[in-house]
Ligand binder design. Structure first.
Ligand code: SAM
Length: 380
């Protein structure tokens, strides 16, 4: 078994989304997920009992924010909601300063985040629409403390916490834990449970008493569905088939095949809930309680578009960049470093080109439907 080193930055190596704002352009589905979670966030805000008083600011976090483009509307809606409150309890809180801490791992493209937030791109930022809004950036992983103790009113994260702190082992015959079995699956599950606890314990310390978390995480739902496996072709099996084909054609080595194991884990509802159900668990003892957990799917926007335009080539060209935006760095990192850089780049182009040709030639059943668990958590 190999253990991917977890650096001092608290994250596994090679996890980087596409930079330069490409992430948000390619992942409209992730924005739909955040839009779906917005009512839960507004409800959580309404439930906060200890509102900021005097000159205290609001403090929010957006953990695993990438370039920030997909959550612009969420934060616009949160700010609007706060500013519109008119009841006496909200008199100080509705006009209080608002601090939003955008956190991601240190390798994230923070330049793209800053440019999107400050209106230097085609995305419509909310920053200049309101007064006294402070967007701050943090390169601290969610496996580390991000904020001082007792300072956070509401923490948010979407589609990020499936990335483990490190790769617990290589999976010998698949690229993802959804295709793992036996000891390898058990090793992933144990590592993921420990990571989930670490995330929650750091947040428990950061939250004010009565503060809340809305976490929207990839999941395996009650019907066994998960990302790219909502009927039709299983996306992860297809990743694996093409990578295995590359091995059979001797384009890559056995070591490179195995090294392509995504350091991700998709929890079930039971696994997400476990720390909250056991009074002896450190998370429970730290005061965190699960108010709500539900699963929901969001259809692949590219497959949905294809149903309208019926142009397979157009579908393939739009769909493959969304996949590349989050897993290219892992495929690239699996290739031996003694291969010339150009050869590695060519192999990666060949890999995604193969996938794209498959979709263009036989588009039926392809797609990356999203399956998430939506969790609402409160600190007592
Ligand atoms: C798929 S993107 C999600 C971006 C955005 N939240 C959304 O929903 O569109 C996943 C993000 O999680 C970040 N990420 C992965 N591991 C992380 C860690 N340990 N701490 C913070 N962010 C992490 C990645 O860098 C990436 O920006």
């Amino acid at each position: 078994m190999t253990d991917t080193p977890q650096s001092a930055s608290g994250q596994a190596d090679n996890i980087t989304m596409s930079g330069g704002g490409l992430y948000s352009l390619a992942t409209i589905g992730a924005k739909h997920v955040i839009d779906n979670a917005t009512p839960m966030v507004l409800q959580a805000l309404q439930q906060i009992k200890q509102l900021p008083a005097g000159n205290q600011p609001w403090c929010f976090s957006d953990m695993g924010c990438a370039d920030g483009g997909t959550s612009l509307d969420l934060w616009r809606n949160v700010i609007k909601f706060i500013r519109q409150q008119q009841t006496p309890e909200w008199s100080a809180a509705s006009s209080a300063d608002i601090q939003i801490v955008y956190a991601d791992q240190a390798r994230n493209d923070f330049n793209a985040l800053v440019q999107i937030l400050h209106g230097l791109t085609d995305f419509e930022s909310y920053l200049h629409e309101f007064e006294n809004i402070h967007a701050l950036e943090s390169g601290s992983s969610f496996y580390l403390p991000i904020l001082p103790g007792q300072s956070l009113d509401l923490g948010f994260s979407a589609t990020a916490m499936h990335w483990l702190s490190s790769k617990p082992c290589d999976i010998s015959d698949h690229v993802h834990m959804v295709g793992a079995a036996g000891d390898e699956l058990a090793t992933f599950a144990k590592h993921a449970a420990s990571d989930w606890q670490t995330i929650l314990l750091h947040r428990a310390r950061e939250l004010k008493s009565g503060g809340r978390l809305i976490l929207v995480n990839f999941a395996i739902d009650e019907a066994g569905q998960y990302l790219g496996n909502t009927g039709g072709i299983n996306m992860f099996d297809n990743f694996n088939r093409i990578w295995q084909d590359f091995l059979e054609q001797a384009l890559i080595t056995e070591t490179e095949y195995k090294a392509m194991t995504l350091p991700q884990y998709y929890n079930t509802v039971e696994e997400f809930s476990q720390p909250f159900n056991d009074p002896d668990n450190a998370v429970y003892k730290a005061g965190l309680r699960l108010s709500e957990i539900k699963t929901a799917t969001v259809e692949c926007p590219f497959a949905a578009d294809f149903e309208q335009h019926n142009d397979a080539e157009k579908f393939a060209q739009a769909y493959i960049p969304t996949i590349r935006s989050w897993n290219e760095s892992i495929f690239h990192g699996a290739l031996a470093t003694d291969r010339p850089a150009q050869e590695r780049r060519d192999l990666i182009e060949n890999y995604y080109g193969t996938y794209q040709n498959q979709v263009a030639q036989n588009p039926q059943g392809h797609g990356m439907g999203y399956v998430h668990a939506y969790l609402s958590i409160v600190k007592e």
